[in-house]
Design a protein around this ligand. Structure first.
Ligand code: 2U9
Length: 348
């Protein structure tokens, strides 16, 4: 067999092997076996020594062309294998984007906090401060400073959790206002504040009573404050929480800390005032208490009641939420049954 035939045979055999190879290592082995120092082609080329000078360049160029052809076949096969590998990898890593995702259990503020947040935003927008205070309070701030001396009959209106004779769980958030009034510097401007928070009463829990509930109380003190300022402010509260069509009406009432005092009704958000089950056919729903700050309360905080005056109001987020969402048992807010709470998702 002459060298050409040998080369041709090597080529045919190698092309077959290259096509059969399934991984780059095998191909590399083939390459070394062919073209390495001890490779088959190298071996054949060595045999060229015995050729005649005329034959040598011909066989040499034939050998080169075969070497080039094989090198090309090797590169091509490597490329093919790489394409195959990528295709297989992609297939394995394919994501079915139509599969349902894993649900994310995102929380949300409790419905009472949602109501309180809304009220806070409204008052912040009107330049009020939001003030916190202690839930364990002194009798002095909870009652005394609010014109409720020890023997005052109004103290019977609310049963109180006493911790000692002087310390109690606050029954309203008014002590926060009393504390703030005492230290406010009126030379820097009026006092405009709301105090949202938890309050406590010694009540037996039932559908309409809870020993712990929430209040948001508001207080404005300045020169020349009138009941018209109070009415305008409460109208805005009613419209913000129950809809812009709402109106309010004020009925005379009594609170020890305000004079005059009023109970405030909002026109029924369900029937618009015609009369329905929600408003008990009256067209109105009681939602707030309010009044002009009693001069005694101002004096006790060291404020000159001849120069300064103000208004105050109180509302119950629990009652607001019950009315607005038709919750018929206040205890639902405190049981923390996730099925109840999820109904007030802000997402939808
Ligand atoms: C100071 C002076 C006056 C706060 C007021 C009411 C009327 C009122 C109740 C409504 C429903 C509480 O949530 S509720 O149970 N509140 O009716 N609160 S005036 O008056 C103040 C507060 C602080 C220094």
């Amino acid at each position: 067999m002459d060298l050409r035939e040998k080369l041709e045979e090597i080529k045919q055999k190698s092309l077959k092997n290259i096509q059969k190879a399934q991984d780059p290592n095998t191909i590399n082995d083939i390459r070394v076996e062919l073209l390495g120092k001890k490779g088959a082609i190298t071996e054949v080329l060595r045999g060229m020594r015995d050729l005649t000078p005329e034959e040598r360049p011909k066989v040499g160029s034939f050998a080169n062309s075969i070497r080039d052809e094989l090198n090309q076949a090797i590169s091509k096969r490597n490329e093919m294998l790489e394409i195959d590998r990528t295709a297989k990898k992609l297939e394995k890593e394919t994501i079915d984007v139509t599969l349902p995702g894993v649900p994310v259990n995102a929380g949300q503020p409790h419905i009472l906090m949602q109501v309180i947040d809304k009220i806070e935003k409204l008052f912040l927008g009107m330049g009020y401060e939001i003030v916190d205070g202690p839930e364990v309070e002194e009798d002095h701030y909870n009652f005394e400073m609010l014109n409720l001396p020890k023997d005052h009959p109004a103290r019977d209106m609310q049963d109180t959790f006493y911790i000692t004779q002087q310390i109690l769980m606050r029954t309203q958030t008014s002590p926060v206002q009393a504390r703030t009034m005492e230290v406010h510097d009126f030379s820097k401007g009026p006092l405009k504040m709301i105090s949202p928070g938890k309050v406590y009463r010694r009540d037996t829990d039932d559908a309409t009573h809870s020993h712990q509930f929430h209040q948001v109380e508001g207080l404005v003190i300045d020169k020349h404050i009138t009941m018209a300022d109070l009415k305008g402010t409460l109208e805005l509260v009613a419209k913000t929480l129950f809809g812009k069509e709402r109106e309010i009406r004020m009925r005379p009432s009594y609170f020890p800390f305000t004079e005059p005092s009023a109970e405030v009704d909002v026109s029924c958000f369900k029937c618009g005032g015609e009369g329905c089950a929600v408003c008990k056919q009256s067209g109105w729903i009681e939602v707030l208490g309010a009044g002009m700050v009693h001069p005694n309360v101002l004096k006790m905080a060291g404020i000159d009641a001849d120069i300064y005056g103000g208004f105050a109001f109180g509302l119950g987020p629990d009652r607001f939420a019950m009315l607005k969402y038709g919750v018929d048992d206040i205890r639902e807010f405190y049981l923390n049954d996730i099925r109840f709470l999820r109904q007030f998702s802000q997402k939808g």
